[in-house]
Design a protein around this ligand. Structure first.
Ligand SMILES: [Zn+2]
Length: 285
């Protein structure tokens, strides 16, 4: 189990799925030939053939007063997903969460960095044919802009299904707090707007006892985008804005002690951004 300490805050990674290769649909420019020359990606983030390693995981952020799950993966039993392998999943995610010390009824808050399919799934679980909140004691924090965008959108049938089974049930249960993109959650935790991938996308800043970390969400999907910031994700809502965000964030983080914890990063998962020629790389411990 992977765990990091930032002052008084402990962050724990709970994995739902890991994959090697098959990521062309999300980062079309990251071909094997294009990835191989980025040597520092191996072994954590790519294999010797240039295939990207990726992960779908939740990050539990445990502060002295608040226990927060950041992004809730794909979930079990979901249907109507655009990626066939994400339909009808049966993983042991909740058991793994409990094994890590975080039974679902001990969670105080859920933060969705954005409302894509792989960030909201475990918001709900199927009980007697109905979608019910997985974390009954939690407030579910969602960006107001993000929520309204996905509630109104009609074009994307897959995302409509996601909203219906993983967002609407917690909203209707009265558990959702719609927040601004720079919302302060607690003494240690605040949101950072990282727009572009989606209209209301946020990252999470953790500060405690002079230490700092950032949970990325999907303003980048993979560390290869530090070396190649112009590699857009096919899922970016506004690719130009997403690229501006990546550049601004890499410049801000570069050569600082901020621990960057990736929402889809495999292997070491976290590291520090360092300047590398006219781009950046992720230095892992
Ligand atoms: Zn994602």
């Amino acid at each position: 189990m992977m765990r990091w300490r930032i002052g008084d805050v402990v962050v724990t990674k709970v994995v739902e799925l890991e994959a090697v290769g098959g990521s062309r649909f999300i980062l079309p420019e990251a071909t094997r030939e294009a990835v191989l020359p980025i040597a520092w990606l191996r072994p954590h983030f790519a294999d010797d053939e240039g295939r990207l390693r990726m992960s779908v995981h939740a990050l539990v952020v445990d502060t002295p007063r608040l226990r927060v799950v950041v992004d809730t993966c794909i979930g079990n039993d979901k249907q109507g997903r655009a990626i066939p392998g994400w339909n009808g999943l049966q993983t042991g995610f909740l058991a793994d969460l409990a094994l890590a010390g975080y039974a679902r009824d001990t969670i105080d808050a859920v933060l969705c960095t954005h409302l894509h399919v792989d960030h909201v799934g475990w918001n709900t679980m199927l009980v007697d044919g109905k979608w019910v909140p997985t974390f009954p004691r939690a407030r579910y924090l969602m960006g107001r802009v993000e929520f309204e965008h996905w509630r109104e959108q009609r074009e994307n049938a897959g995302q409509r299904a996601v909203f219906a089974d993983s967002v609407a049930p917690v909203f209707e249960a009265g558990l959702v707090d719609l927040v601004a993109t720079d919302h302060r959650i607690s003494e240690e935790l605040s949101l950072v707007p990282t727009l572009g991938h989606t209209p209301g996308h946020v990252s999470l800043r953790i500060r405690s006892r002079g230490e700092e970390a950032l949970i990325t969400g999907d303003f980048l999907h993979h560390p290869c985008q530090m070396a190649r910031p112009h590699w857009a994700s096919s899922a970016d809502h506004d690719a130009a804005a997403a690229q501006r965000t990546r550049l601004a964030m890499f410049r801000r983080l570069a050569d600082t002690p901020v621990l960057v914890i990736g929402t889809h990063f495999a292997g070491a998962t976290a590291g520090r951004v360092v300047s590398d020629g006219d781009a950046w790389r992720l230095a892992v411990p």
